[in-house]
Write a protein that binds this ligand. Structure first.
Ligand code: DAV
Length: 359
């Protein structure tokens, strides 16, 4: 099939060019994941017993419903701004499944396409995710992926991982994995979550984490080719999973970082203005099932000067306004309970702009 004459349907090289089309996830039937090594390593300790007791059941109907409504509202806000919003198919997650080697009581959700889909230029890569409960997570996005392929995009999936016991290191370092190099995933086979990568044109930054190994990073490096340089970020996160609450390039020349998770700033950013994110709002009783409160940093750039921030994060809103950005505040408390905010729940399909070198 000849594809050269298609107008580019998928085209996104960085985190900030004007957003034209985006996939927004869905919390439909969000299900409590089965606790295994890479889950235990990354969810808050306080949630482990609850997850063990209820794995395979849907999370509270009430909370899931509220999160679904927030995602619908967010989608409407983006549509009203002229952005094409695409949503996944509603796929049930409470269905048990198995491979020849293991059984899961159910899946997780289709809420966070940033985790499962890596968009690099005109290519969408399905990530080989390390949580067994996320094994079929891209199914809900397949109708969209097939459509984008028919309209000229490249669509590839990383080698399907086996996720055997050998894929994991149950003696992973719970305190300083970045010093000992003992993460919850071993180097048995390539695994990564797309959200451990962050794109700045020709330069792509990645963190090794409890779901992303060197094998996975090397697979991405070779697959995307010599137009890109992939840099491993020297972090000091005690439970790393996803770079997008750690290091966020906002537009050319402006970088937001977490106050404690960056050990050595990548040298590429030496000339950039780097500001440390303010602490998240304190919100008693706001149970976070899968993350820390630093999802406050998990913002989405709509263009180089406009950012979506959670309504309750007053300090963060102030931080962005003082730095010269326009802020679009959006209510998202209920989505955030499930481990992601605006960057996580989206996958940029198309941003206006070309491949550039920003350093
Ligand atoms: O702070 O728990 C969340 C990253 C979500 N993609 C954290 C990291």
């Amino acid at each position: 099939m000849k594809t050269e004459n298609f107008p580019k349907i998928v085209s996104s090289y960085n985190e900030w060019d004007p957003l034209e089309e985006v996939i927004v996830g869905d919390m439909f039937n969000a299900t409590i994941p089965t606790v295994e090594v890479a889950v235990q390593a990354t969810i808050p300790d306080a949630q482990i017993d609850y997850f063990k007791l209820h794995a395979g059941q849907q999370f509270s109907e009430e909370l899931v419903g509220r999160a679904c409504r927030e995602l619908d509202d967010f989608s409407r806000i983006l549509s009203d701004l002229g952005i094409a919003v695409r949503r996944p198919e509603k796929v049930k997650k409470t269905i048990p499944y198995s491979t020849p080697h293991w059984k899961m009581l159910g899946g997780l959700y289709s809420a966070m396409p940033r985790d499962s889909l890596l968009v690099v230029g005109d290519t969408i890569i399905e990530a080989p995710m390390a949580w067994r409960s996320r094994y079929f997570e891209t199914d809900a996005f397949r109708p969209l992926l097939k459509e984008y392929f028919h309209r000229g995009a490249n669509w590839i999936a990383a080698p399907k991982p086996q996720l055997l016991d050998a894929t994991f290191d149950k003696n992973y370092d719970r305190v300083t994995p970045y010093l000992t190099d003992r993460y919850a995933v071993s180097e048995f086979e390539p695994t990564f979550d797309a959200a451990d990568f962050i794109r700045c044109g020709e330069d792509i930054f990645v963190q090794k984490s409890h779901v992303t190994n060197d094998f996975g990073i090397e697979w991405v490096r070779r697959s995307i080719g010599s137009k890109y340089r992939v840099h491993k970020v020297d972090h000091c996160d005690d439970a790393p999973m996803h770079i997008d609450a750690t290091l966020l390039p906002l537009c050319p020349g402006k970088l937001m970082i977490h106050p404690e998770r960056i050990k050595n700033l990548p040298s590429q950013f030496a000339e950039w203005e780097v500001r440390v994110a303010p602490s998240p709002a304190v919100r008693p009783g706001h149970t976070l099932y899968m993350s820390s409160a630093w999802l406050s940093m998990n913002v989405l750039m709509l263009s180089p000067d406009t950012v979506v921030v959670e309504t309750h994060e007053a300090e963060m809103i102030n931080f962005f306004e003082k730095w010269g950005f326009n802020v679009v505040p959006v209510r998202f408390s209920n989505v955030i309970r499930f481990g992601g905010a605006f960057h996580c729940v989206t996958a940029d399909v198309r941003r206006r702009g070309e491949l550039q070198n920003y350093f």
